[in-house]
Design a protein around this ligand. Structure first.
Ligand code: NAD
Length: 495
């Protein structure tokens, strides 16, 4: 089955105070599809004054929205989920066109997962209970959770609708108004969503500002009119955002980069065929979403005893990955999201070769057939050692670096020898290893005998330079509110 490029208007606006508006300065940027470099549409190149307009709307709306009942907020979140679900194919096509990822993934992963996150937080806020403690016979300590007010959110381009759906629902469920800036590479699905849900929330509750980081993101993160900044993106950008927010002593949450190890112990090779097949699939997941995933299992660590046999299977499976037109349902690996990405990944492959890494497969752009005009890179395996730059720096492409280890101690040493600590994978049939190895890995999410699963009700976030704070799970809601303690005396006489 094959789909084709969806239709767009020529120009879109920012979504502020419940309607689409032109950027004040009248400037736009052109957004193109990484599949064939064709023009998608023009989006506002917003500046500080546009951000101010959105913040004005959000600040005007915050008191009323913060006082709505949880039943009302949950109902609206569920309504958004229903609207996305009813238009699933349209969202999937827009996302594929804008980001370059395969339609089979946007249809089956990005959009359904986004729907689930809206529903999950609608349910969480309804199910919540507070806390009250009797300190003595006449004194009650009561904790009340209050919204922060207005939240600034800045997201990347690798899962545009899903990242938006990780950010907006918990902030809205807890009674905050939001100004969100999508990545300039992928403004389309956020815009489509605002077209579909324009009337769902009171004006000013959700505001979307398009544009570039230094021009639109910086004034948002620096503003004294936001009460919190939530950021997902590169570690170096996160460091800047923290500086901006610190001027106002604003809290931040940071979901940043990664260089995740995926560790295969020798028991994998002795396991039954089904488990071994699953493990091979787990290794090949480095190419999922073109490797443009913060938790991309970009370092494969294989126990020496099984290295040759295991890697033979991994290479064979990688070569069988279908890379064709992302609108075709058979496509497994699509286009990189931008020319910057395309060039950066190729330069890393070169750096790897110069460092002495051996290319076991791939290693170049894919220009075959109708891929000639897009940013396609063949899934690539580099063999080397953990001190190489390609093992240490985030490539953010379908490139995996593979090395071997002697024993558990060496596996852990290599796994933890990274600035990052976002994800990790452990594959074993040994009962001790499957508990003790994940425990010893310094990362926020360790998948054991699986990988790349992102349920809404499992907390997700980084250690070390991968950030702090958590996304998903009900614990996330506390990142968007503060606790008011009421200490009440019922004593008629004593103070
Ligand atoms: P990026 O940091 O370049 O951009 C992210 C967002 O920040 C964009 O909206 C961009 O416009 C904005 N921005 C850039 N400079 C800014 C500035 N000076 N001030 C304010 N805003 C600014 O990241 P990217 O290239 O879009 O995304 C890829 C990165 O995101 C990777 O490092 C990846 O690992 C990370 N990521 C992390 C997670 C996670 O949950 N930990 C999830 C997805 C992506």
């Amino acid at each position: 089955m094959s789909y084709s490029k969806p239709k767009f208007k020529t120009t879109y606006g920012n979504f502020i105070n419940g309607k689409f508006v032109d950027p004040i300065g009248g400037e736009y940027f052109e957004n193109t599809s990484p599949i064939d470099k064709s023009l998608i549409a023009k989006y506002p190149r917003s500046q500080k004054e546009d951000v101010e307009l959105a913040l004005e709307a959000a600040n005007n709306a915050k008191e009323a929205w913060g006082n709505t009942s949880v039943t009302e907020r949950a109902a609206l979140l569920n309504k958004v989920a229903d609207i996305i679900e009813a238009n699933l194919e349209e969202f999937a096509l827009v996302e594929t066109c804008d980001n370059g990822k395969p339609i089979r993934e946007t249809l089956n992963a990005d959009v359904p997962l986004a729907v689930d996150h809206w529903r999950y937080f609608a349910a969480c806020i309804r199910a919540e209970e507070g806390s009250a403690t009797e300190l003595d016979a006449n004194t009650l300590s009561m904790n009340i959770k209050e919204p922060l007010g207005v939240v600034g959110q800045i997201i990347p381009w690798n899962f545009p609708l899903l990242m938006l759906s990780w950010k907006l629902p918990p902030a809205l469920a807890t009674g905050n108004c939001v100004v969100l800036k999508p990545a300039e590479q992928t403004p389309s699905s956020a815009t489509l969503l605002m077209e579909k849900i324009a009337d769902v929330f009171p004006p000013g509750v959700i505001n979307i500002i398009h544009g570039f980081g230094p021009e639109a993101g910086k004034p948002l993160a620096s503003s004294s009119r936001v009460d919190k900044v939530a950021f997902t993106g590169e570690t170096t950008t996160g460091q800047l955002i923290m500086q901006y927010a610190s001027k106002n002593l604003n809290p931040v949450t940071m979901e940043l980069g990664g260089k995740s190890p995926n560790i295969f112990f020798s028991s994998v090779m002795d396991a039954d065929d089904a488990f071994l097949d699953k493990a091979i699939e787990g290794a090949v997941l480095f190419a999922f979403n073109q490797g443009e995933v913060c938790t991309c299992p970009s370092r494969i660590l294989v126990e020496e005893a099984i290295y040759d046999k295991f890697m033979e299977r991994v290479i064979e499976r990688t070569k069988a990955i279908v890379q064709n037109n992302p609108y075709d349902a058979s496509c497994m690996v699509g286009a990189q999201a931008s020319n910057d990405q395309y060039e950066k990944i190729q330069s890393y492959i070169k750096i790897g070769e110069e460092e002495g890494a051996k290319v076991l497969c791939g290693g170049e752009a894919n220009k075959e057939g109708d891929l000639a005009n897009g940013y396609f890179i063949k899934p690539t395996i580099l063999e080397g050692h953990n001190k190489m730059r390609v093992f240490q720096e985030e490539i953010f492409g379908p490139v995996v670096c593979v090395t071997k280890f002697k024993d558990e101690a060496e596996a852990l040493e290599i796994a933890n020898d990274t600035l990052y600590g976002l994800g990790a994978g452990v594959w074993t049939r040994d009962a001790h290893q499957l508990y003790q190895i994940p425990r010893a890995i310094k990362a926020g999410r360790v998948w054991v005998n699986c990988y790349h699963s992102y349920p809404a009700h499992a907390p997700f976030g980084g250690y070390k330079k991968s950030g702090f704070g958590r996304e998903n799970h009900q614990m996330m809601m506390d990142h968007y509110r503060q606790t008011k303690n009421m200490l009440i005396s019922y004593d008629k006489n004593k103070l």
